[in-house]
Ligand binder design. Sequence first.
Ligand SMILES: Cc1ncc(COP(=O)(O)O)c(C=O)c1O
Length: 379
Amino acid sequence: MINKKDYYFDNSATSHPKPEKVYEAVENAIKNLNGNPGRAGHRKAVEISREIYNVRCKLANFFNIENPLQIAFTANATESLNFAIKGLDLNPGDKIITSHLEHNSVLRPLYYLRDSKNISIDFFDDFSQIENLITERTKAIVVNHISNVNGNIQDLEKIGFLAKKHNLIFIVDASQSAGFYPIDIQAMNIDILCFTGHKSLFGIQGIGGIYVNENIHLTPILEGGTGSYSKMERQPKVMPELLEAGTLNTPGILSLGAGIDFINEIGLERIKIHEEFLTDKFINGCKNIPNLIVYPTLSEKRGPVVSVNFKNVPSSDIGAILDEEFNIMIRASFHCAPLAHDFLNTSEYGTIRFSFGFFNTEEDIDYAINALKIISENI
Ligand SMILES: Cc1ncc(COP(=O)(O)O)c(C=O)c1O
């Protein structure tokens, strides 16, 4: 069974490998385009500013955003979500609706608001519960599009419609969906979109972004140099400067641009179909393995993320066996989403999470299923 090849099924943590052009873009950024964007008028600074604007335009096309300048680059989705949630204009007693499947990068900023500003948080499991939670004090809905624990997909069009109907700010954590599932901020009525660059968008780690609707003013939680409005005492109120304090991650931004080029070349739909095929094949293969639990979703379809467990066996033990004996890389244990584990009843042992990417093959899935079969025969 031992096979020298590495089997990488941890794409929800970070995608691997990256398309060749992403590696090239990073090298090009550091070697040839290494000026500080917006910080000088010389050729190198101007050239890199232009390249960065191009990536803003690529993102705007990708998410159907009208004005590319409403997108700010951040370090990752966590930073974007902190900007979005902590930057809201709220009063004590206001309410925010969210789901039990959220990542800590949504939950912790929300708990911060609860503790520091007396904001209440109302949780839902299923779409049908949302409208009943809305009161006069509700100001926003925050949801993760695809759960990083079980791959559950929220219906953003339906939630966006409700948010618009009740005049609520709709914030989406697209960490697990951007680059897998089509996102159209206009059709989905998304007011604030938070994404990370290093997962399905194929960028490197340390780059992310946030789109903010022109009608919303966030209070920035970081202030500093922007290269523009230098004499202004406080952070400029215009996007993207409002949320871009300090020198940008140029290699990261260009890697993200190359990642989007790659997705456009292959076609988002083709990527989705391939990953859905692998996910279905994996789930079908798991059905015949004794004592293996596959955790369900509330949604009919799921993202390319599947959590499993062997009955009464800690997930981290299986994670170690998969890595050491089979060269299989997955994430075991807890996935930064404690309420999702409560919901799935996996708070004791966590889960073994397989997450598939575009570069996984059918053969990889056969290998993974076979490995799980062998483990099930030996534990
Ligand atoms: C659903 C979800 N939200 C937010 C994040 C945070 O992403 P990042 O660590 O890139 O900030 C993750 C990362 O795994 C995630 O899965």
